[in-house]
Every structure is written in structure tokens, then in C-alpha cells.
Design a protein around this ligand. Structure first.
Ligand SMILES: Cc1cc2nc3c(=O)[nH]c(=O)nc-3n(C[C@H](O)[C@H](O)[C@H](O)COP(=O)(O)OP(=O)(O)OC[C@H]3O[C@@H](n4cnc5c(N)ncnc54)[C@H](O)[C@@H]3O)c2cc1C
Length: 471
């Protein structure tokens, strides 16, 4: 029997349940289906597409070391996938297809259509659980609903993981590969996608080896210090594993295991840095489970329906200044420059810039969400949507609308010496540690740095009123 492992957001060979299952069925061919028009529609970043392509090259070598050929199909959109997959299966006498489930609405529609068509032609298709620590839909409240609040959700996850610990699927054994076709050549670039700057590429070596090297370094040097360091964007205090988790070059289970090794097998007690980092993995889990449980989230709907009535400002010029890092609030501008230059932004700053956009500028969170997707190398629907809805106070367990971050205070607190600001805003480098967070009008003029787009105090009140009036 010949089987396929269809790779999607799981670009690894270890802890890869779909690959394990395909190999149990028989001789296995690996498949990736590129769909550039669909990626454009989802607003994926060129940096992300490039990172994934480089990851696919690494994956191909790993698969070939197991005698598994890697095939590449290209269609425009996901609605073209079922036919293309069927034709491929028929050409190669495939009897079973294995993949790890994805939870967005479009992804589920695509998979259902594939399942039906393949089944009609006598080919089985099986979805496995490979993207999260726990199967979405398996963590429910006492009344069988989805958790909408993070803390009890995380508690329930921890309980489940204690009673049934996550098991890592082992590295598969080499198959003999006799009679299988050879691998396809993979493209170096995708037509229609600009290639990112080489320095951006260099910052994100792709593939599972690179992911594990990053995880090891973080486990050795920073995980135990996660609590004091994680909120300071000038410090290497977080793992920067998000692009690898989003593409599946590393699994959440592998991260959990690494954390448990540092913490002598514990997930809930022991070193606080480690347990807090595990809590971050559970935030990722929370948003994945929400996307599964509430399909409307994949369709631009707010988690709190009443917030759909917020009257957002139509302010394209203000939005453009935010995108370009020219708001006149140094921490916001520095963070936006970090995003556009590196494809990544520190979590504290994602919250700061998202709150600034949705509260101080009162601009629709969907615009910010889409801009992030167009630039993030770790862009991922569930986490991005969750983060934006948290910041905009439209989400499940979101910031209360009356608790608006003051970006200048955030800057003073989390970048007290202005190290991050000086790196990204060299034009302000000569200012004192005190002034750099909010330069005087004279300094702004002298340094050619813009005045603030809006007054932070009055714009805060405007946002609170816009939300309060919903009642
Ligand atoms: C407005 C906004 C948008 C965001 N968009 C994305 C996105 O598109 N993709 C993405 O992966 N994350 C997103 N996040 C979550 C978070 O900012 C990043 O996961 C984190 O900054 C990645 O850095 P790290 O790998 O060093 O994280 P670490 O602090 O080392 O955390 C480890 C892992 O836990 C997960 N994680 C950590 N914090 C969160 C969180 N708040 N929500 C969900 N997962 C989390 C990530 O997978 C991360 O790699 C967003 C947050 C906000 C506020």
C-alpha cells in the first residue's frame, strides 16, 4: 500500500503523527500543496512565505534521509486542492492520505471537500492531532461549553496534561522506498512574492534543526529568567520560537518537554520562569481552541458581538503613520520599525501598538490584524486574531475597555534606559534616558521627529466613551 503524508502547518519529521500513521500504512510519499493566490487572500507576509519555503527545503532533506520522496503540487486556491489531490493519488496509486488537522474555517472546508472526493474514489483520508498539546474541543467547561476565560482554561489543560502526559511521537524509521517516485525540485522563490531583505532571512534560519537550536539556547540561557526578563524588549528574554511553532517546524509538545526537562519534570511547580513560559504555550493553545470552537472568529467577527457596534474612526492618514512608525510616540514607532524590518515584534510591544491603534487612534482592529499578517514571519490566524481582540477589548478574555495602556508609561517601565528606542530610532539616540520616551516639542523639531498624532489623555477618554456607550 502507498500512503501520503500531506504536510501543511507541521513542517517536521519528529512528533509528526500524520507521518507516523502514513508510514504504518505502507510506503510513504510526502506532499506539500502550495496555493499562492490563497496565501495572498489570507494576507500572508512575503517574509513568512520565504521562511516556509526555506523550511520546506530543510524538510525535504530530512525526509530523503528516511527514503521518503517529497512531492510539490501547486494550485491557486484551496478550492482547487481536492481535484489536484485526487489526480495525484490516482497517478501514484495512493490508497490513504494522512494529515494533521487545522482549525480555521477555510482549512476545515478544504479538508472536508478533500475527504469527500477521495472517499468517493475509494481513497481514505485521516486527520490526526499534531498542532496543539490537547485536541481542540476536548477541553470544555462543566456545562460542555468552550472556555472563554484563559485562567480556568489553563487550569483544565494542566490537569489534563497531568493525568495524560503529552507523548512525543518518535522519529520514524527509514523506509526502503523501493518503487516510489523521486522527489520534486522545490522552487527557491515564489513568483509574485518579493524576496525579503537578506538580513531578515539571516535572522530566521529555517527548519527543525534551527528551531531546536533556538529552543536549546533558550532553555540553557533564558527560560529560568523568563519572569524578570520577558517584558523587556531590549533583552533576549523570550524564546523567539513563534515562527517555528506557527509553521510546525517544532511542535508545542517538544517545547513542553524541553521545559519539563529544565524543571525536573514539573509543569506547575518548580522554577517560576519555566512554569510561566508553559503558561505562554497555553495562551497559544487557548486561541487555537477558540478558533476551533467559534468559527465566526475566522470570519472577522468579534468574540463579544456587542463590540461590533463600536464606531471606529475612518482615519487612513493616521493608520498610515502607524504603519510607518511615524506616530510621534517613540515606543510605538520603534516597535513598528522592528516589525517591518525583522518580521517579528516583542509580545509586550504587540500589545502596546495594538492598544494604541485601537484605543488612542480608535481605528478598527481588523486593519491592524491584517497589517501584522502582511509583515509577521510568525503570522498565525488564531494567535494574531486573539492578540488583536485582546488589545481591542473585543475578545474572549480581553483587556477591559477602560484599562488603556499609556504607551509612554509602558516605555518608561519596560525600556527604562531607552536601549530599545535608541536601536530602532537612532534619530533620538542623543536624548536623555528620561526624555527619549516623550521628547519635548523643541527636541522633536531639532531631531526631525514628528509631534504626537493624538493627545494620549483625550484620546483615551474618547475610546472609553466609545465602548461605554455600547451599554
Ligand atoms: C496584537 C497581537 C498579535 C499577535 N500575533 C501573533 C501571531 O500572528 N503569531 C503568533 O505566534 N503570536 C502572536 N501573538 C502572540 C505573541 O506576541 C507571540 O507569540 C510572541 O511574541 C512570540 O515571541 P516568542 O516566540 O519569543 O514567545 P515566548 O514568550 O517565548 O512564548 C513561547 C510561545 O508561546 C506562544 N505565545 C506566547 N505568547 C502568546 C500569546 N499572547 N498568544 C498566543 N501565543 C503565545 C508562542 O507560540 C510563543 O512562541 C500576538 C500577540 C498580540 C498582542
Amino acid at each position: 500500500m502507498t500512503a501520503i503524508c500531506w504536510f501543511r502547518t507541521d513542517l517536521r519529521i519528529e512528533d509528526q503523527p500524520a507521518l507516523t500513521a502514513a508510514l504504518e500504512d505502507g510506503q510513504t510519499i510526502a506532499l506539500f500543496i502550495a496555493s499562492p493566490t490563497q496565501w495572498h487572500q489570507h494576507g500572508d507576509a512575503p517574509a513568512k512565505v520565504d521562511f516556509w519555503l526555506r523550511g520546506l527545503h530543510a524538510l525535504k532533506s530530512e525526509l530523503e534521509s528516511l527514503n521518503i520522496p517529497f512531492k510539490w503540487l501547486q494550485v491557486e486556491q484551496w478550492e482547487d486542492v481536492p481535484e489536484a489531490l485526487l489526480t495525484f493519488c490516482q497517478q501514484h496509486q495512493i490508497e490513504s492520505v494522512h494529515c494533521n488537522r487545522e482549525h480555521g474555517v477555510n482549512e476545515r472546508r478544504r479538508d472536508r471537500a478533500c475527504y469527500r472526493l477521495l472517499n468517493d474514489h475509494g481513497i481514505s483520508m485521516t486527520g490526526h492531532h499534531g498542532g496543539t498539546l490537547l485536541v481542540p474541543g476536548s477541553v470544555k467547561t462543566g456545562s460542555d461549553g468552550y472556555y472563554r476565560v484563559f485562567t480556568p482554561f489553563a487550569k483544565a489543560c494542566r490537569e489534563k496534561l497531568r493525568t495524560a502526559p503529552y507523548r512525543i511521537a518518535p522519529l520514524p524509521r527509514k523506509q526502503n522506498g523501493n518503487g516510489l517516485p523521486g522527489s520534486d525540485a522545490l522552487p527557491e522563490t515564489m513568483p509574485g512574492w518579493e524576496r525579503p531583505d537578506p538580513s531578515l532571512q539571516k535572522g530566521w534560519s529555517a527548519g527543525s534543526d534551527a528551531a531546536h537550536a533556538r529552543l536549546s539556547l533558550f532553555a540553557e540561557q533564558a527560560m529560568m529568567r523568563y519572569v524578570p526578563d520577558r517584558d523587556y524588549p531590549a533583552l533576549p528574554g523570550t524564546s523567539t520560537l513563534s515562527p517555528y511553532l506557527a509553521s510546525g517546524m517544532i511542535s508545542a509538545g517538544q517545547c513542553l518537554h524541553a521545559a519539563m526537562i529544565v524543571n525536573q519534570g514539573e509543569t506547575d511547580t518548580g522554577n517560576q520562569g519555566v512554569t510561566t513560559w508553559i503558561t505562554e504555550l497555553l495562551w497559544r493553545e487557548f486561541y487555537q481552541h477558540l478558533i476551533f470552537g467559534f468559527p465566526a472568529l475566522s470570519m472577522h467577527q468579534p468574540m463579544r458581538p456587542e463590540t461590533d457596534a463600536v464606531v471606529w474612526r475612518e482615519a487612513p492618514n493616521d493608520f498610515e503613520e502607524w504603519c510607518q512608525g511615524k506616530t510621534g510616540v517613540p515606543i510605538v514607532d520603534a516597535a513598528m520599525r522592528q516589525l517591518v524590518t525583522t518580521g517579528w515584534m516583542h509580545n509586550r510591544l504587540r500589545m502596546v501598538v495594538a492598544m494604541y491603534l485601537t484605543k488612542n487612534l480608535l481605528i478598527n482592529w481588523r486593519l491592524g490584524e491584517a497589517f501584522f499578517m502582511r509583515h509577521l514571519v510568525d503570522g498565525e490566524l488564531a494567535a494574531n486574531n486573539g492578540g488583536w481582540q485582546w488589545s481591542a477589548s473585543t475578545g474572549a478574555d480581553s483587556a477591559p475597555y477602560f484599562r488603556v495602556f499609556n504607551p509612554v508609561s509602558q516605555s518608561q517601565k519596560f525600556d527604562p534606559k531607552g536601549a530599545f528606542l535608541r536601536h530602532w530610532l537612532p534619530e533620538l539616540a542623543t536624548l536623555s534616558d528620561r526624555e527619549i520616551h516623550d521628547p519635548s516639542p523643541v527636541s522633536r523639531q531639532a531631531l526631525n521627529y514628528p509631534l504626537q498624532l493624538v493627545d494620549l489623555k483625550t484620546s483615551r477618554v474618547r475610546a472609553i466613551e466609545a465602548f461605554a456607550s455600547l451599554r
